[in-house]
Design a protein around this ligand. Structure first.
Ligand SMILES: Cc1cc2nc3c(=O)[nH]c(=O)nc-3n(C[C@H](O)[C@H](O)[C@H](O)COP(=O)(O)O)c2cc1C
Length: 200
């Protein structure tokens, strides 16, 4: 009997129209589909999480949208996250969503936010029009997700620099080497996710 497809949740750190990170996320998801994975795109902006504020949390609790994020992560075998770089850092859209997730306690039969992220196989990509492709942001994001969320961030990652020379407006790769590098990241992620889900 063949194993069911691995379920991959794909996130981008920007949601603006024409975002490079969305283009790369979608391109990487297509690669994952060719490798047999089932992909889901989650738009972090659509969650409409307010900027984290302790007073807001004290008054109203953690917004339901954080539960949506938790449940989406729980329902998938692995995560793929593509980050842009703002002044060397991952974007507030990503950090704010995960900060809220970290505040979600267990309750109503559901686990806490950080229990759901623990040991979840995750791969990172970054993208920028600049030469180093958001590498600094990606490395901070790796540390953040590993240290605070216990995520199993796979070793292989790739920073796509000179983005406009690498992906066209439809998110099709113009650069074969970059496509191969992204494929290697996705392959590594699916291998780890498969081994964890279906141990021999
Ligand atoms: C506030 C801000 C800071 C930025 N800082 C960096 C940076 O540190 N390194 C970099 O390569 N690009 C930087 N950029 C340019 C982004 O890489 C570029 O706007 C990119 O298209 C954003 O990602 P997106 O297309 O997915 O929205 C910055 C852009 C903004 C708006």
């Amino acid at each position: 009997m063949t194993a069911p497809a691995l379920r991959l949740l794909c996130l981008a750190g920007s949601a603006r129209s024409g975002a490079l990170s969305v283009r790369l996320r979608d391109a990487a998801a297509r690669v994952a589909q060719t490798l047999g994975a089932q992909t889901t795109m989650l738009d972090l902006r659509a969650l409409q999480l307010p900027l984290y504020d302790g007073d807001l949390e004290a008054a109203h609790g953690v917004p339901d949208a954080a539960r949506q994020l938790r449940d989406a992560i729980a329902a998938h075998d692995a995560l793929l996250l593509v980050t842009p770089e703002y002044n060397g850092f991952p974007t507030p859209l990503v950090i704010n969503a995960f900060d809220w997730l970290s505040r979600l306690p267990a309750g109503e039969g559901a686990p806490s936010g950080v229990i759901v992220t623990a040991n979840k196989p995750t791969a990172l990509l970054s993208i920028s029009p600049g030469a180093i492709g958001g590498l600094r942001a990606m490395n901070y994001l790796r540390q953040y997700l590993q240290m605070s969320f216990g995520m199993l961030v796979v070793p292989r990652q790739h920073a796509v620099g000179h983005a406009h020379d690498v992906l066209d407006g439809q998110g099709v790769f113009k650069d074969e080497k970059a496509e191969q590098a992204v494929r290697a990241v996705v392959q590594g992620l699916l291998r780890v996710a498969g081994a964890l889900r279906d141990p021999a």
